[in-house]
Design a protein around this ligand. Sequence first.
Ligand SMILES: [Ca+2]
Ligand SMILES: [Ca+2]
Ligand SMILES: [Ca+2]
Length: 304
Amino acid sequence: MYNSLFKLFVLLMFIMVLGCEVGDPDTDQPEITIIYPPTNTVIGDTITIRVSAADNDVVDLVEYYFNSKQEKSADDFFQTFVYHWDLAENNIEVGSQITIFAKAFDRVQNEMISNFVKVIYKWMSVIKDGDESFNPNLSRVYMRSTSDKLQLRIETNEDWGSIEDSTGINCAIFLDTDQNNGTGLSPDTLDNMEGRRILDKNRSSYSINDIGAEYAIALGIDGSGLYFWQDSVWLWQNSINYLNFKNDTNIVELEVNRSDLNNPARVDVVVASITFDTRNRFYWDWAPDSLHVSYTIDSNYIGN
Ligand SMILES: [Ca+2]
Ligand SMILES: [Ca+2]
Ligand SMILES: [Ca+2]
């Protein structure tokens, strides 16, 4: 009797062990990586997100998250794991950072979160400047770059008037393309800020904070265009291509050829503006108010 019970017990144990081996539950989590876009990319109104996902069994679902909020419509049951995200209707502020991640599930709900990818919406913010008592005055400067263009966006506090006369925006974006303030239009060569022009031909009107600028992108009173500094004068280099520049607005977007700047990898930047009042008095604004910002030209813009 005891012996047969023991045999039965052994048999049951054998069946259980066998059963376990046959139906061993899947406890292996999937693997998932966002392979596009690269982190720190500046994106446009649409972006295609590509994910690489794998599992010991099968990846059943990939979910997409933007700033930790799940994009429900993006639930991906197909094995391509590509999501075309349209940002245009989401009222995202230009210059904001968006963190993207994805989550993969297998058929028994094992899950894994991907790497986090940070992208920037439309423009990279490089300067925030205070609101002066006169208007318009410089407010924000944004930059981005493509494989062959350096692009800038300037915003003012309050709208300007006509871009054809002195009520328009009168400013210059100074670029120190060798990041050496001993070359180009340098602080050492200047004495005061009495001039009424930004690109003063006598180089006696201002100092551009702490940089020595090889190039200036001018808008307004000096004649809009890209200029280069040579032997104490600003000389014409090339015209500007406007992406967005209208009367009675506060945003200008433009681009210049990287080759026209001698293809620098990194630039120091200062922006200056002159605002005229109805009595033709004028006021300077500098962004930043002192020193400069630096920008790496790395083709980070992948929008269109
Ligand atoms: Ca699995
Ligand atoms: Ca300002
Ligand atoms: Ca320089």
